[in-house]
Ligand binder design. Structure first.
Ligand code: PGA
Length: 253
């Protein structure tokens, strides 16, 4: 079975103490993850070391950075390199979240560079894609997300591609309380997988986890994750509330 993943995206929320408490509360629930299930917490940079030490003894729990820079090292004041993440034991990095694309002008081309540098140091990218409302209303979401995949991922070998996790996050559903219906989620996830299959073959496409993100809550996670092509979720708001995120982890297939 493909990996089923509950990924928390804390964004720019919580103090260090609140973050530590939240991790404690979630880990104290002692949810035993099955071999094919993962829980990943994408936390702010200053909390990475603390968070990583909290989960060291927990099977299939991991910590992710929310971003990294595209260059190896050097005079890039304020940026964080993949080598730095690697040196503190981080294994995952969220890339191309719509907030990075919108507020920090991250392009598909820049994201291709970030993907490359992550893979070169064995950091697994959680690559986000997804369309804005106007594109959804025009009905052109499939070609929009297809271009995002093509321009950021299709230079990879199939071996490299299988390292990646994809998160489909329709921008109109992020933080709005408006979730894609299960039909909408399944339809576009299946489409994304067909795009991968066309380029890399069915076996490779079938092995890649595609998460849904956008107002995943404790009361809709089970239904969304139940879709055959939805392999878990990337969760913002609800990942900040211990009991809600616990329910979301428990909703994994
Ligand atoms: P949300 O955020 O769950 O608050 O909609 C999801 C995300 O941006 O990853």
């Amino acid at each position: 079975m493909r990996k089923q993943i509950a990924a928390a995206n804390w964004k720019m929320n919580l103090t260090y103490q609140q973050g530590e408490q939240l991790l404690d509360d979630i880990l104290n629930a002692k949810i035993a993850l099955k071999d094919h299930q993962l829980t990943i917490f994408a936390v702010p940079f200053p909390y990475l070391i603390m968070a990583n030490s909290e989960i060291t003894d927990e099977k299939n729990y991991f910590i992710a950075a929310q971003n990294c820079y595209s260059k190896k090292s050097g005079a890039y004041t304020g940026e964080v390199s993949v080598e730095m993440l690697k040196s503190i034991g981080i294994k995952y990095c969220v890339l191309g979240h719509s907030e990075r694309r919108e507020y920090f002008s991250e392009s598909n081309q820049l994201l291709a560079e970030k993907i490359n540098i992550c893979l070169s140091l064995d950091i697994i990218p959680i690559f986000c894609c997804g369309e804005p409302l106007a594109i959804r209303e025009a009905g052109t979401q499939n070609s929009f997300v297809e271009t995002q995949l093509k321009e950021s991922l299709f230079h990879l070998s199939s071996e490299q591609l299988t390292q990646i996790i994809i998160a489909y996050e329709p921008i109109w559903a992020i933080g709005t309380g408006k979730t894609a219906s299960t039909e909408q989620a399944q339809e576009i996830h299946a489409y994304l997988r067909s795009v991968l299959a066309k380029q890399y073959g069915k076996a490779t496409a079938d092995s890649i986890s595609i998460l849904y993100g956008g107002s995943v809550k404790s009361n809709n996670a089970k239904e969304l994750f139940g879709c055959p092509d939805v392999d878990g979720g990337l969760v913002g708001g609800a990942s900040l509330i211990a009991n809600d995120f616990i329910q979301i982890i428990k909703a994994l297939k």
